[in-house]
Design a protein around this ligand. Structure first.
Ligand SMILES: [Zn+2]
Length: 239
């Protein structure tokens, strides 16, 4: 699995790791491109109803997550329907050490996600602030509908201070090896096969990171709301 980080804007507390599947996301790409950014290979059929099953968690938590995730279906032609059946397309647990999600239809690949096993981990949600819950739910459900990280967009031109980033992510709680940082932070998708908007620092799909992580001191806050471009993009890919 390819981990993806979640960090706070000041970068001092990198709250949890997330992951998307590296083989599905990259290795098995069929020369496709990624779209805000996303790869059509991973999109669900337009108009799909995606069933959501919670493996655990208090009812109130589940409702908070779905209320936040519903920001996507206000714009995308998709529905999330909470069900009691473990054969749901999206299976959520609050137990684990990271925040992560399968990327779009890769959730159906039983080589990576055994039947009934979680496709999304929201480990931080039970103790997160309301704004952070919104952020985590929208970001991970963004992956679940096939969106990738905005900083990986072909349109992103972030000048990373790589030694600093490697060092920051080599420590707790991520403990990432350099190759994980490469694929999760520095990697950018090729423009040819990717659908993408112009780079959108307001996207809920971008990591927040501190100025020390970039050569020019550029920094972005962590976003918890869908940006105007996120909404437009959701409408475009699921019209
Ligand atoms: Zn992510």
């Amino acid at each position: 699995m390819l981990p993806c980080i979640e960090s706070t804007p000041n970068g001092e507390h990198i709250a949890a790791a997330e992951r998307i599947d590296p083989d599905n996301a990259f290795g098995r790409r069929r020369g496709g491109g990624f779209e805000a950014a996303g790869d059509p290979t991973f999109f669900w059929p337009n108009g799909s109803t995606l069933r959501v099953f919670f493996l655990d968690g208090e009812q109130s938590l589940r409702e908070r997550v779905m209320a936040a995730a519903g920001a996507w279906t206000e714009h995308a032609n998709l529905r999330f329907r909470v069900v009691d059946s473990a054969d749901a397309e999206i299976r959520v647990t609050f137990q684990g050490a990271e925040n992560s999600s399968a990327l779009g239809v890769t959730a159906l690949d039983q080589r990576d996600y055994a039947p009934g096993a979680p496709t999304m981990i929201l480990a931080e949600v039970p103790w997160a602030t309301p704004g952070r819950v919104d952020r985590l739910a929208r970001h991970e459900f963004g992956h679940a509908i096939g969106l990738v990280h905005e900083h990986s967009s072909p349109a992103a031109g972030i000048r990373w201070n790589k030694p600093v980033v490697y060092q920051a992510l080599a420590g707790p709680p991520n403990y990432w090896k350099p190759e994980v940082v490469d694929s999760n932070v520095f990697h950018r998708y090729a423009a040819g096969a990717t659908q993408f908007t112009s780079f959108d620092p307001d996207s809920v799909m971008i990591y927040g990171f501190p100025p020390s992580w970039t050569l020019d001191g550029l920094t972005y806050p962590e976003n918890s709301e869908l940006s105007a471009m996120d909404k437009k993009f959701a409408r475009r890919i699921y019209p």
